[in-house]
Design a protein around this ligand. Structure first.
Ligand code: AMP
Ligand code: ZN
Length: 497
C-alpha cells in the first residue's frame, strides 16, 4: 500500500487562505505545474529558493508514492520589462546588449539554470516546455477566447476583456484585488493605449519593426502575452483542470490571476485546485531580484567570491539553510545565518556516521515509531520542513546519548532510525553528504600518489638491473587496472575504469 493511502497531507491553498486536505483529481496521480525562469540572465539565489521549495514538494509527493507529472516551463519570449504590458522583451533586450541571437541568450541561461539546479540536487521536472515551442497552441487559445467574446483585437493586438469576464466570474479571487482598485491604480492614461479598459491585459502583442522576437498570426506579426504560455502549456500537459500550480509569491498578481481568467475563459473550467506560493528570499531586507541587482549568485557562494562572504559554502549547506525556513515565510540571506546552518548540517551528517557504528542494546529508551510519526506529521502539515528538521535534531540528541552510553537503542530502533533519517534527509529534503564524495576524491588522489611512488621504485630497480622486481611492480599494478607506459620523457600511467 502506498504511503499516501494512510497519510493525510494538508496543503495551504493560496486561493482560500486555508490548509486543505489534499485530494488529487485522480487517485494516486498528481499533476503539478510550476512557473519556471525567464532565461535572460543567471539564475540568482532567490530564484533557487522557489525551485528548491517546489523540489521539496515534488520529492515528498513521490516519497508518499504518488505518480506525479511535474511540468515547469522556460519563459523564452513575451516577458516584457517591469512585468508590464509595454516595453522591450527581456530576452530581446539582452540579445541586443550581448550582440547575440535571442535564442543564444535563451540557450546560455537555460544551461546555467540547469547546472545550478543540479548542483542543488533538484530533480528535473517531467516536462520542461518553452513558450516559443508553443506559439501555435497559444494562437489557438486566443482564437477560442475571442470566440467566447472575452477578448478583442485592435491594431494587431489582442486584449483580454477583464470587465466582461468579471460579469460572470471573479477577476481578483486569487490576489484579493478589487476591479475598482485596479482601474484607479493603473498608471496608463486614457488614449495612451488602445485597450478598452486599463486593466485589460495582452494575449497577443503587435511586434513593432524593432521587436526581433516575432511570429505570424491571424492578427499580424507579433508575439504572445506573458501570462498566456502558462495557461496553454499547463492545460496541454496536465489537462484543463489539474491539481497543483506553484510559483513565487510575486507571481500571484498579475501572472496567476490572469492564468485563472484565461483558463476559465478558454475552457469554462477553473484550471487549478491548489495554488501554492513560495515566499521570497531577501538580501538586506529587500527582495532578491535580477532587475534591481540586489541579489547574490549561487556560484559566488560556491567559490566564496563575494566581499560580503566570510567563506565559501557547498550547495547542500545552502539548500539546508533554505529548508530550515518554512517555504511560506520570508527568509533573509546572510553570511552569519548560512554559517550557522553549516554547523547544523555538519552535526546532522556526523550523527548519521555515528548511527552506522552504534552498538545495539537489548532494549530502547527512545520510541522511534512515535518520533517517525512526528516527522511525517510535520511534512503532512503543508511541507513544514523546519519542524521536520527540529525532529531530526531530536534524533541527533538521542544518537549522541546512545553514543555516550546514557541511553539505549535496540537493533530494531537503530534500523528504523537509520532508514527514517536517511529517507527524510536524502530522499525527501534532497540533501547530499559531499564529505563522502570528497573522501573518495581524496582517496583517488592518494591512490595516484601511491602509483607515482611505485613507478619511482620500479625506476630504481631498473637502474640496478633488478628486472625481476621492476616486472613484478608492473604486473601487480596491471592487476589493479593501472597500465604503465615507458616513454622517452619517463613513465606515465593510465587507470582503466
Ligand atoms: P523569473 O525568472 O524572474 O520569472 O523568476 C523565476 C521564479 O523565481 C519565479 O517563481 C519567481 O517568483 C521566483 N523568484 C524571483 N525572485 C525571488 C526571490 N527573491 N525569492 C524567491 N523566489 C523568487
Ligand atoms: Zn507562469
Amino acid at each position: 500500500m502506498a504511503l499516501y493511502e494512510h497519510q493525510s497531507l494538508k496543503i495551504y491553498n493560496s486561493i482560500t487562505g486555508e490548509k486543505e486536505d489534499f485530494q488529487p483529481i485522480t487517485k494516486g496521480y498528481v499533476g503539478m505545474y510550476v512557473c519556471g525562469p525567464t532565461v535572460y540572465s543567471n539564475v540568482h539565489l532567490g530564484n533557487c529558493r522557489t525551485f528548491i521549495s517546489f523540489d521539496l514538494v515534488f520529492r515528498y509527493l513521490k516519497h508518499l508514492g504518488y505518480k506525479i507529472r511535474y511540468v515547469r516551463n522556460i519563459t523564452d519570449a513575451g516577458h516584457l520589462e517591469n512585468d508590464g504590458e509595454e516595453g522591450e522583451d527581456r530576452i530581446a533586450k539582452k540579445a541586443k546588449v550581448m550582440e547575440l541571437e535571442p535564442m543564444e541568450v535563451v540557450q546560455k541561461y537555460s544551461i546555467d539554470f540547469h547546472q545550478i539546479l543540479e548542483k542543488f540536487n533538484n530533480l528535473p521536472p517531467s516536462i520542461e516546455p518553452t513558450a516559443t515551442g508553443h506559439i501555435i497552441e497559444q494562437i489557438e487559445t486566443i482564437k477560442t477566447i475571442i470566440d467566447k467574446g472575452l477578448a478583442y483585437q485592435v491594431n494587431g493586438n489582442v486584449y483580454f476583456d477583464v470587465l466582461k469576464y468579471n460579469e460572470k466570474h471573479h477577476y481578483g479571487k486569487l490576489s484579493g484585488r478589487k476591479i475598482e482598485d485596479l482601474i484607479s491604480n493603473t498608471r496608463e492614461l486614457a488614449g495612451q493605449s488602445d485597450k478598452k479598459n486599463p486593466q485589460d491585459f495582452a494575449l497577443w502583442k503587435k511586434a513593432e519593426p524593432q521587436h526581433i522576437m516575432r511570429w505570424p498570426s491571424p492578427w499580424g506579426i507579433g508575439f504572445p502575452g506573458w501570462h498566456l504560455e502558462c495557461t496553454v502549456m499547463s492545460s496541454k500537459y496536465l489537462g484543463d483542470e489539474f491539481d497543483i500550480h506553484g510559483g513565487g509569491m510575486d507571481l500571484k498578481f498579475p501572472h496567476h490571476e490572469c492564468e485563472i481568467a484565461q483558463g476559465q475563459a478558454a475552457t469554462g473550467k477553473d484550471p487549478v485546485n491548489y495554488w501554492m506560493h513560495a515566499n521570497m528570499l531577501t538580501l538586506n531586507g529587500k527582495k532578491m531580484s535580477k532587475s534591481t541587482g540586489n541579489n547574490i549568485l549561487p556560484r559566488e557562494l560556491f567559490t566564496g567570491d563575494n566581499e560580503t562572504l566570510s567563506k565559501s559554502y557547498t550547495a547542500p549547506v545552502i539548500r539546508f539553510f533554505m529548508l530550515q525556513a518554512n517555504y511560506r515565510s520570508i527568509l533573509d540571506f546572510s553570511d552569519e545565518a548560512l554559517s550557522a546552518s553549516e554547523k547544523g548540517f555538519q552535526k546532522l551528517m556526523e550523527s548519521l556516521s555515528t548511527l552506522k557504528v552504534l552498538k545495539a542494546s537489548k532494549t530502547s529508551d527512545f520510541n522511534v515509531n512515535t518520533w517517525k510519526d512526528k516527522c511525517y506529521e510535520a511534512m503532512n502539515d503543508d511541507f513544514n520542513s523546519p519542524i521536520l528538521i527540529a525532529h531530526l535534531f531530536e534524533a541527533v540528541k538521542q544518537i549522541n546519548l546512545a553514543k555516550s552510553g546514557d541511553k539505549r537503542l535496540s537493533r530494531e530502533s537503530l534500523d528504523l532510525l537509520s532508514k527514517t533519517m536517511n529517507d527524510f534527509i536524502f530522499e525527501v529534503m534532497g540533501l547530499e553528504d559531499l564529505e563522502d564524495t570528497s573522501k573518495s576524491e581524496a582517496n583517488t588522489d592518494d591512490f595516484k600518489e601511491l602509483i607515482e611512488f611505485m613507478i619511482q621504485m620500479r625506476n630504481h630497480a631498473r637502474l640496478n638491473k633488478d628486472f625481476e622486481t621492476s616486472d613484478k611492480i608492473r604486473d601487480k599494478l596491471l592487476k589493479m587496472d593501472v597500465e604503465l607506459k615507458d616513454q622517452k620523457e619517463g613513465t606515465s600511467f593510465t587507470i582503466k575504469s
